[in-house]
Design a protein around this ligand. Structure first.
Ligand code: GRG
Length: 303
């Protein structure tokens, strides 16, 4: 099948991302204040306000606006998504998981506050995410708030992020098929992006057709994010090494370039971008402009 990627609608995307991220940061800062007990709130704020790209909150707000809702209605869910994403990073970095020392350009949470506090800070962020949506989405009909909460819960739990992480852990040192690799990424990355757009549409008053369109869009950009990540790992390290085989072509970890070859991985990325934009074709182009640009942004990222 021939891949057709439509031209991008004209739209000030960088400005859009920056201004939305700024308002999300402000809302997060106000939501997680430095109160008693100071240590746990410091640890929560340390990772939450460490300057991520805020892709999930922006996806949520953009999807809410796509169906006619406004930014302020989506803000509690947008903040919850970032709390959940951040807690998953804090736990992922722990010595018993990936054992990473740096995240978002700073020492990881457990390096600064200790493992015990890092685990608790993650737990507190996860719990607060759900409390915040339930307590602050006061202008949205309760049935929509409950649907959004259910969507968030399923994106996190044993059929969501946690499923992706356990499958990833179990796959270590084993031969992983393309299907298994896709399944890990769908759960570790795509599920929360799906929840972001689906919750945005639910809160914005959208219908089931709209929900399913954005869900498919998010699944494509979630996989796209990982394929691009894998390709960048190869090209980055081959530049560093001055060789054709980069780090991830020789390391243990299963990646798309390793399983299908770099050219097919690039083609797969193109297919995913085309599929993502196909789902958006259902909506009015001008309203969907931020989502088109987000997909291109993920596809063309250079680092
Ligand atoms: C969720 C209860 C619960 C436990 C955690 C550890 C774990 C289970 C899941 C791991 C999830 C994980 C680390 C997925 C990778 C997600 C990903 C694509 C991270 C990078 O996202 P960006 O680029 O990062 O959006 P920034 O820093 O910009 O936000």
């Amino acid at each position: 099948k021939q891949v057709i990627i439509p031209p991008l609608p004209i739209f000030q995307f960088e400005e859009y991302m920056t201004s939305k991220a700024k308002r999300v940061n402000k809302a997060l800062d106000e939501t997680v204040q430095l109160r008693h007990p100071a240590k746990i709130h410091e640890a929560m704020r340390y990772s939450l306000l460490a300057g991520g790209k805020r892709v999930r909150p922006v996806l949520c707000i953009a999807s809410c606006e796509l169906v006619g809702g406004d930014e302020s209605s989506a803000m509690p869910v947008a903040c919850a998504l970032e709390m959940i994403h951040t807690m998953s990073l804090v736990h992922d970095d722990l010595p018993c998981m990936d054992n990473d020392d740096f995240r978002r350009g700073k020492p990881t949470n457990h390096k600064v506050f200790g493992e015990d506090t890092a685990i608790l800070a993650g737990d507190a962020l996860l719990s607060l995410a759900f409390e915040h949506v339930a307590a602050k989405s006061t202008e949205i009909s309760p049935d929509r708030v409950v649907r959004a909460i259910a969507e968030l819960g399923s994106a996190v739990g044993s059929e969501g992020l946690v499923a992706g992480e356990i499958m990833d852990i179990d796959s270590e040192g084993k031969d992983v098929s393309l299907n298994e690799l896709e399944n890990i990424h769908v759960h570790k990355t795509a599920k929360l992006l799906e929840a972001a757009v689906v919750c945005g549409v639910i809160i914005g008053g959208g219908n089931m057709i709209e929900v399913e369109r954005v869900r498919k869009y998010a699944r494509c950009i979630g996989l796209l994010f990982q394929v691009v990540d894998d390709i960048l790992d190869v090209t980055k390290s081959s530049k560093e090494l001055g060789k054709t085989a980069g780090k991830d072509l020789v390391s243990d970890k299963a990646t798309y370039p390793k399983l299908m070859g770099i050219e097919n991985a690039r083609k797969f990325a193109g297919d995913l971008l085309a599929q993502a934009t196909e789902e958006l074709a259902y909506f009015e182009v001008a309203r969907a402009a931020p989502l088109y640009h987000l997909a291109y942004y993920i596809a063309s990222r250079q680092h």
